[in-house]
Design a binder for this molecule. Structure first.
Ligand code: FES
Length: 127
């Protein structure tokens, strides 16, 4: 009987751990881009130009595709408006396609230096 209770408790802990790692939040409660593993643009190592030293709060909806501006040149910040494609900009950075799992207000990075693209990770405080 004792072993059965121990096994049940361990199973419940495992289920709770599995749920907390798949709730769309990364470490420290910062959301994660649920499609970053699909698009190669997410792995660009270079950061964009600083657009602003504070994040932008925006209501986002699940399963909708968004394009976050990485280059910092867009006039529709924090989203991409295609400016990076203009030949005279000589920009090699591509926007980051992303989705969220839940509807809500999200802080999107505007300094373009975050390590958790496209979400603000607090890096702007050190700029
Ligand atoms: S605005 Fe870029 S990390 Fe906060």
């Amino acid at each position: 009987m004792f072993h059965l209770e121990t096994i049940l408790i361990r199973f419940q802990v495992l289920v709770l751990c599995a749920r907390s790692s798949s709730d769309g939040k990364g470490s420290g409660g910062i959301p994660k881009n649920t499609v970053s593993h699909i698009y190669s643009a997410s792995s660009q190592s270079q950061d964009g130009r600083i657009y602003d030293r504070k994040p932008f709060k925006m209501r986002l909806f699940p399963k909708k595709n968004y394009m976050w501006c990485l280059c910092g040149l867009s006039k529709s910040q924090p989203m991409c408006d295609g400016t990076h494609k203009l030949p005279h900009m000589k920009c090699e950075l591509k926007p980051i396609k992303f989705q969220v799992e839940e509807e809500g207000d999200y802080w999107l990075c505007n300094c373009k230096q975050t390590k958790l693209r496209p979400f603000c990770d607090g890096t702007h405080k050190a700029l």
